[in-house]
Design a protein around this ligand. Structure first.
Ligand SMILES: NC(=O)c1ccc[n+]([C@@H]2O[C@H](COP(=O)([O-])OP(=O)(O)OC[C@H]3O[C@@H](n4cnc5c(N)ncnc54)[C@H](O)[C@@H]3O)[C@@H](O)[C@H]2O)c1
Length: 250
């Protein structure tokens, strides 16, 4: 018996091989879910879905495009008959100082992290309301809680703090429909999100600030997402769960 038997899950930004979304997709599949991996590149999304097993699907979806989010949700609802879980995982970051954030930087980071979370949630909420059940898991960050200081700039902290506010407000509004919304705040996890811009010195100073003395692994975040997606967390909504090795204890 898997924790997600007969559940249908959408995970955005889940094609990245070492990313949190792919690790989450793999764990959900191991626990019985059928998963749709969405990402910018269709071929990469399909390859990632095939990699976790044959019943899963990979689709192109840029989460900043509302029509694309609605189209993918409609396609999956038609195919599956229901949508039980959404993990809003697509995200980008940039290591910029406050005075270096140009309009295009602000737009890119706010759009993928925050607008994308809104659009994809809006795309699945009607199905979840109709079913009177659903779980939405949003990827925020320790950067939202402690004001950056890891890798991303202030615009990333702002976007992820926006994700926390959005999660909590959605949790309040959707609770009567038995749709739960929770956020995960990962600390530093070794993935490719840093795009080659993480220097060895930066890594050393980040790890020095982690009481557990190591970077997190994608599977550390996936385990938390599994808890929040499954009925184990049936009475949790509006929460922010830290997965940070003790780098912020509050
Ligand atoms: N890695 C960390 O240390 C860390 C810490 C805190 C929070 N997070 C958050 O976790 C999430 C996953 O991060 P990751 O480290 O796995 O990153 P990653 O770069 O490995 O994966 C992110 C994926 O999102 C996709 N993506 C980017 N823009 C998109 C768009 N507009 N539409 C759809 N997909 C898009 C990318 O193609 C990529 O596959 C992000 O939201 C990130 O901000 C990561």
């Amino acid at each position: 018996m898997g924790l997600l038997d007969n559940k249908f899950a959408i995970i955005t930004g889940a094609a990245s091989a070492r990313g949190l979304g792919k690790a989450t997709a793999k764990l959900f599949a191991e626990h019985g879910a059928t998963v749709a991996i969405l990402d910018l590149d269709e071929a990469a999304a399909k390859a990632a879905a095939a990699d976790i097993g044959e019943r899963h699907v990979g689709l192109a979806c840029n989460v900043t495009d509302k029509a694309a989010c609605d189209a993918v949700a409609a396609e999956l609802k038609a195919k599956w008959g229901r949508i039980d879980i959404l993990v809003n995982n697509a995200g980008i970051t940039q290591p910029l100082k406050i005075m270096d954030i140009a309009a295009a930087n602000y737009d890119a980071v706010l759009d993928v992290n925050l607008r994308g979370t809104l659009y994809m949630s809006q795309a699945v909420i009607p199905a979840m309301r109709e079913q009177k059940s659903g779980s939405i898991v949003n990827l925020s960050s320790v950067s939202a809680q402690r004001g950056g200081g890891i890798f991303g700039g202030p615009h990333y902290s702002a976007a992820k703090a926006g994700v926390l506010g959005l999660s909590k407000a959605m949790a309040r509004e959707l609770a009567p429909a038995n749709v739960r919304v929770n956020a995960i705040c990962p600390g530093f996890i070794a993935t490719d999100i840093t795009g080659g811009k993480l220097t060895p010195d930066m890594l050393t100073s980040i790890v020095e600030g982690i009481p557990m003395g190591r970077a997190g692994e994608a599977s550390d975040v996936a385990g938390c997402a599994l808890f929040l997606a499954s009925d184990l967390s049936a009475y949790c909504t509006g929460t922010e769960v830290d997965v940070n090795g003790g780098s912020l204890i509050h």
